[in-house]
Design a protein around this ligand. Structure first.
Ligand code: NBP
Length: 479
């Protein structure tokens, strides 16, 4: 068994097991290890015929099964388990070996682990993996960070097991050093939250304002999926909406409790955006909408508050409204990607990662949850102009938003009048209008800050910082 495996996977729950099978199906010899050995044996028993596996029970056996330099992939629960596994294996490794963490780690943890292991000559490769269980088996979108040397050794293997975009290119790119891969994965998940929230709002508007049934809305989504909104999430939304609960005969969506859960990467995206000073309001609204949905007691206590209840439109108006909702959804989606890419760009500047935004959009075209035809256009925008200040500065996107905006505004008017919450659509439009505003009330905010805290302000007509003597004669002094 010794030194024969090109890669080893430790942590063989759903993700690790499927990634290990994916490597084996692609012709690699895969060493297997799991804290509880039963999982390792179950994998070999069930799927051993799919390729070359080397089952191991101890850390020593596992490490010895790997060819040098060793490639050891960790697929355990993110957080302390990852540190525990690193502590178990690192002493057995040698300079040049690689530890690849494919879990959903916080990028700051990845930076710390990379730093700690660098001293020992071990390459720590924090790697985002998206696509869930099915993607892990048949081709995920892969976002590795870590050193260039590690990518030279690992890249070809990751390219082989990754999803392929519609133009057949592999959905993997070296995102940048240390935590870059996990940072990109985090923002991917933040964008996923925003996409799901916007789709949810479109559904609710079509249901409450237009008066369509879930089955009719499923058909509308299917039609949208043949156009510019073509994406995995729109496709599965139609599936979910057309599903009927076998026990009650009701639409499935009506028998599920309306409380959305979250694991944390969306929240991290917003927390980090706050630290970086990047306005990701659409992603934040998506995270808050999930939190709000979970406050069952608060919602029950507030249900009788005054306000309109939506009255569904007639058939002819409903169809026109649905077209408007498509425009609002598309425009809001452009804004949430704009915000997500802004965050990646800010993270890249802050940590010196030099992330190629066009390459990132290209690897999200297959395998991952946000895969969408639209990402081709984002890539084209960044390829044409790598220093694009914002996606909204791209002429094509700007024109599309210009064409959508009247409908977008009308949809929000209808939502507001009828009391249907649309925080994602509304945050996206507010962001758009704030960016295009000649003047923002931030001037007044600075005035207030100077009044109560002598925080100073800058003038539009001269350089320098100034303070007004608010408590005195209100003359201005240079600060
Ligand atoms: P889980 O996140 O449920 O983790 C289970 C695995 O962690 C098992 O192999 C378990 O070993 C191992 N483990 C734990 Br728990 N504590 C350990 C410890 N102290 N030492 C060693 N091993 C330990 O598995 P998953 O859903 O397959 O996800 C794996 C990673 O992939 C996670 O980081 C997750 O965030 C990430 N991810 C998941 C998805 C998804 O769709 N599920 C998508 C993308 C990324 P045991 O068998 O002995 O209990």
């Amino acid at each position: 068994m010794s030194n024969s495996a090109q890669i080893g996977v430790t942590g063989l729950a759903v993700m690790g097991r499927n990634l290990a099978r994916n490597f084996a199906r692609n012709g690699y010899t895969v060493a297997l290890h799991n804290r509880t050995a039963a999982r390792t044996h179950a994998l070999v028993e069930e799927f051993g015929h799919e390729g070359d596996f080397v089952a191991t029970e101890t850390a020593k056996e596992f490490v010895e099964a790997l060819e040098r330099p060793r490639r050891l992939m960790i697929m355990v629960k993110a957080g302390e388990p990852t540190d525990a596994v690193i502590q178990e294996f690192a002493p057995l490794l040698e300079p040049g070996d690689m530890i690849i963490d494919g879990g959903n780690a916080h990028f700051e943890d990845t930076r710390r682990r990379e730093r700690d292991l660098r001293g020992q000559g071990i390459h720590f490769v924090g790697t985002g993996v998206s696509g869930g269980e099915e993607g892990a088996l048949n081709g995920p979108s892969i976002m590795p960070g870590g050193s260039k040397e590690s990518y030279a050794s690992l890249g070809p293997m990751l390219e082989k097991i990754s999803a392929k975009a519609p133009d057949s290119s592999p959905c993997v790119t070296h995102c940048g050093p240390d935590g870059a891969g996990h940072f990109v994965k985090m923002v991917h998940n933040g964008i996923e939250y925003a996409d799901m929230q916007l789709i949810g709002e479109a559904y609710q508007l079509l249901r409450d304002v237009a008066g369509y049934s879930p089955a009719q809305i499923a058909d509308i989504f299917r039609t949208w999926n043949t156009g510019r909104l073509d994406s995995y999430l729109i496709e599965i939304t139609a599936e979910v909406l057309s599903h009927v609960d076998a026990a009650t005969g009701k639409p499935f969506v009506d028998v599920v409790q309306d409380r959305a859960e979250q694991k944390g990467t969306g929240r991290w995206t917003v927390q980090i955006a706050l630290d970086l000073g990047v306005p990701v309001s659409g992603i934040a609204e998506a995270v808050f909408a999930r939190s709000l949905s979970g406050h069952a007691d608060l919602r029950a206590a507030s249900r009788e508050l005054a306000g309109p209840r939506a009255k569904p439109l007639g058939d002819s108006e409903a169809a026109a409204f649905a077209d408007r909702v498509e425009q609002a959804l598309y425009a809001s989606k452009i804004v949430s990607y704009t915000q997500g890419f802004h965050e990646i760009s800010a993270g890249s500047d802050q940590y010196d990662w030099d992330i190629d935004l066009g390459a990132v959009s290209a690897i999200w075209r297959g395998g991952c949850i946000i895969r969408a035809a639209f990402l081709d256009r984002i890539r084209a925008a960044y390829d044409a102009r790598p220093d694009l200040p914002s996606l909204l500065s791209d002429e094509t996107f700007a024109q599309e938003i210009a064409a959508a905006q009247d409908d977008w505004r009308e949809v929000l008017v209808a939502a507001t009048r009828q009391g249907v919450p649309a925080p994602g659509f509304s945050a996206a439009l507010a962001y758009y209008d704030a960016l295009r505003a000649d003047r923002l009330p931030a001037a007044l905010t600075q005035g207030q800050r100077d009044f109560f805290g002598a925080h100073t302000y800058r003038r539009v007509d001269r350089e320098g910082s100034f303070h007004t003597l608010w408590g005195g004669d209100r003359s201005e002094v240079e600060a």
